[in-house]
Write a protein that binds this ligand. Structure first.
Ligand code: MG
Length: 334
């Protein structure tokens, strides 16, 4: 018996009866030889971690656009916090931690530069629309690995696709990530909004603070404990009605007071216009796309889709740089 088989046997012995066991995975689209060391979800986690799209998350806006302070979250640190929360819950419930981590690390790969402002811009200009969770799937299925995709398991792709509010993943591990995403951004966006002087702790509604806690750490602790207590031994991921109501109340408060705050959104129109200008430029000058994006066009992929893939993959600074290269005259320097 090799190491992977021993790990799979360990899962079968020690994990909950509701866990997604690696040996029961529905597998990959293209069959592959199993690894002799790592079970399938652990291997998927590693593939995501080694992907280029994962590294680009370090320079993609979470809420605050290209902040000068070093302590604001980026899409990468958000992803790591989601993974941390999700793994804590999965481990406590004896669910599959590798599957949970793989979904968490992959869930936001499809985010555009400039956060949701960028997503709205691409949704406006692409004739087929644009949603980051669908694009995350496109990245892992088609764009990564020089157009070969990462060939991830069915369960990991399902969890990534269904992490948005309206989704419902087929596995409990996927449902944990969906909730952990909300828990993470609620926690850190409040922290960053206080750091950015958009909000003070005391301005958060008292009715929710009295239930969840009076500082970010206590609130995080309260919500995670609630999920673990409510879900233990159950075939679903649950919250108590009181905590759930307070959490979603606080989330609604954040939408009204931070995510749509004119101070926070000040640069948003410029970010959208910049991406629209890039899109229009490449549409008229398809030869300006880098060679790796010319290949899919020669293979018959629609030009508009390829431009969308290129722009969606850009980091904040890369998008700004491309715009400056195209539209900002350079000083004569000889
Ligand atoms: Mg997220």
């Amino acid at each position: 018996m090799n190491i992977r088989e021993k790990q799979e046997q360990w899962e079968q012995t020690y994990l909950s009866k509701f866990a997604s066991l690696s040996m029961n995975s529905k597998g990959r689209e293209k069959p592959e030889m199993p690894c002799d060391i790592r079970p399938i979800y652990q291997r998927d986690r590693d593939r995501i971690l080694h992907s280029k799209a994962f590294r680009r998350l370090k320079d993609k806006t979470q809420v605050f656009f290209a902040p000068l302070g070093d302590h604001y979250r980026t899409r990468l640190t958000h992803t790591l916090e989601v993974s941390q929360n999700a793994r804590t819950i999965a481990k406590a419930l004896r669910l599959n931690e590798d599957l949970t981590e793989a979904i968490a690390l992959g869930h936001d790969l499809g985010h555009t530069p400039f956060g949701h402002a960028g997503e709205h811009a691409l949704d406006l200009i692409c004739s087929h629309g644009f949603r980051h969770y669908e694009h995350s799937i496109r990245i892992v299925e088609k764009l990564e690995n020089k157009g070969q995709g990462l060939n991830l398991s069915v369960e990991v792709r399902d969890g990534i696709l269904n992490h948005q509010t309206t989704g419902r993943a087929m596995t409990l591990e996927g449902r944990i990530v969906r909730l952990s995403d909300k828990i993470a951004y609620l926690h850190h966006d409040i922290d960053d909004a206080i750091r950015g002087k958009v909000l003070t702790e005391e301005e958060l509604p008292k009715e929710f603070r009295d239930i969840l806690g009076h500082d970010p750490r206590s609130r995080l602790n309260c919500i995670i404990h609630d999920i673990i207590t409510m879900s233990e031994g159950k075939p679903d991921i649950l919250m108590s009605p009181e905590i759930e109501k307070a959490m979603f109340g606080l989330r609604a408060f954040m939408f009204e007071n931070v995510y749509t705050n004119p101070k926070v959104k000040k640069e948003e129109k410029k970010c959208k216009d910049l991406l629209i200008a890039l899109f229009e430029h490449y549409k008229k000058n398809i030869e300006d796309l880098p060679e790796e994006y010319q290949i899919p066009i020669r293979r018959g992929e629609q030009e508009e889709q390829v431009i969308c893939d290129y722009i969606a993959g850009m980091t904040d600074h890369y998008a700004l740089h491309q715009f400056q290269e195209l539209y900002e005259p350079k000083a004569w320097s000889i």
